[in-house]
Design a protein around this ligand. Structure first.
Ligand code: NZQ
Ligand code: ZN
Length: 379
């Protein structure tokens, strides 16, 4: 067991109709809001109009920054922060998936800091304060709604990195599973793959801690039960609710207590596929995790065995790994590079991206030869 401090200040509002409490919650922090959203899903679903109506009726003033893209970029964050600073906004309201909420987190510390956002990622600057940020989640996947992490891309420096600060926990997060009913099948599956990957990254972190293992097995088992049901009934609110809660619990620190913060080697490699080929985050993980486990099967045999037995009832390492691969296939998340149109001609380039960014886990160290083997299993 590794030592840990457990701190999670986010207030979670979960279930149908929770948005009714949104205006009152915002008013606790101020009356001038920067509304941050993505490329347009909230306009198509009608959520934009609903939120605009709620804020308007409560007399809340709104300044907007829309257009945050999936796999968000630091330029948008800097632009939105300049706008927020100029407009003297008091609260940030993020409405969207992980990309929108992660961007809003960094906007919240960039406004008062008054320097480029990437300075936090290079540790040239440390945040000292944050504009209060409130999230309305529309896609179950990342866990960002209740955690201190934000992931951004910097295309100029060839990086996609995570940043952690206790200042960027959302003050409140509103999770109404009905808001996720419009998520298409592919992103629904990627979200399920992502939440399972978060459990796995923590599970394979340094140290062992019995209750944390059991939380992890429960979350994965729940997703394994409800994920396929959701994939055949994308409109099912009960199914959406189960997966939404699984995703929040998978990465709100509950699964990393005693685990030294997790391994995260697979995420580091996955980020390079997103940065260079635009691969959706969850898709990169369903391709990588089975391959990574195959390469780690001797080094992590006991852990893989315990995991497989607890989640799928498998009794040997190979069938435990196969059970994960089959599950990702069953929900329709890719398990090979060829499925997403990346052929052998790209293998060397991908290995080099991993080498150059030192894509690395904290518990299971990856060598050049490991990268080579992982790529072969991902083909
Ligand atoms: O941009 P819009 O129009 O909103 O459309 C989005 C986007 O195209 C769409 N979408 C979202 N909610 C929807 C919807 N479409 C229909 N109906 C809805 N209700 O879905 C697409 C993907 O959205 P995105 O926010 O990119 O997905 P996700 O939530 O999976 O977030 C991925 C990002 O989070 C990072 C990833 O690296 C990636 O950049 N991560 C953040 C983490 C964290 N902060 O803790 C941890 C994760 O491991 C991950 O790295
Ligand atoms: Zn992830």
């Amino acid at each position: 067991m590794e030592k840990f401090t457990y701190f999670n200040p986010t207030v979670l509002h979960f279930g149908r109709g929770v948005l009714d409490a949104l205006p009152g919650t915002i008013k606790q922090y101020g009356n001038r809001v920067l509304l941050v959203y993505g490329k347009g899903s909230i306009k198509h679903s009608g959520l934009y109009d609903k939120i605009a109506g709620l804020l308007n009726a409560a007399g809340i003033e709104v300044v907007e920054y829309g257009g945050i893209r999936p796999n968000p970029v630091v330029e948008d964050v800097d632009e939105a922060a300049s706008l927020g600073r100029k407009e003297k906004i008091e609260v940030i309201l993020a409405v969207g998936g992980g990309s929108v909420i992660d961007s809003a987190k960094i906007i919240s510390i960039t406004i008062p800091a008054n320097h480029p956002a990437w300075n936090f990622y290079t540790y040239r600057a440390k945040p000292v304060s944050a504009i209060p940020m409130i999230a309305v989640l529309t896609l179950a996947a990342t866990g960002t709604e209740m955690n201190p992490f934000a992931v951004l891309q910097n295309e100029k420096t060839g990086r996609k990195d995570g940043y952690r600060s206790d200042l960027i926990f959302p003050r409140h997060s509103f999770l109404d599973p009905e808001l996720t009913v419009s998520v298409p099948g592919n992103y629904t599956a990627f979200g399920i793959a992502d939440l399972i990957a978060h459990c796995l990254e923590n599970y394979f972190g340094p140290g062992e801690f019995s209750l944390t293992d059991r939380f992890i097995f429960s979350i994965i088992s729940d997703a394994v039960e409800w994920g396929p049901r959701l994939m055949i009934n994308l409109q099912g609110v009960e199914e959406r609710a189960a997966i939404m809660y699984d995703a929040t619990m998978a990465l709100n620190l509950l699964t990393s207590n005693g685990k030294g913060g997790g391994d995260w080697g697979v995420h580091a490699m996955g980020h390079m596929l997103s940065l260079h080929y635009g691969v959706a985050h969850g898709a990169s993980l369903s391709i990588l995790f089975p391959a990574w486990m195959k390469v780690m099967k001797n080094r992590a045999a006991e852990r893989i065995l315990k995991l497989g037995l607890s989640v799928f009832g498998t009794s040997d390492v190979d069938s435990s790994i196969k059970a994960f691969e089959d599950f990702f296939k069953q929900i329709g998340s890719p398990t090979s590079l060829s499925e997403i149109g990346l052929g052998e001609d790209q293998h060397e380039a991908i290995e080099n991206y991993w080498m150059n960014t030192k894509a690395q886990g904290s518990a299971y160290k990856l060598s050049k030869e490991d990268y080579h083997q992982i790529i072969k299993f991902m083909a």
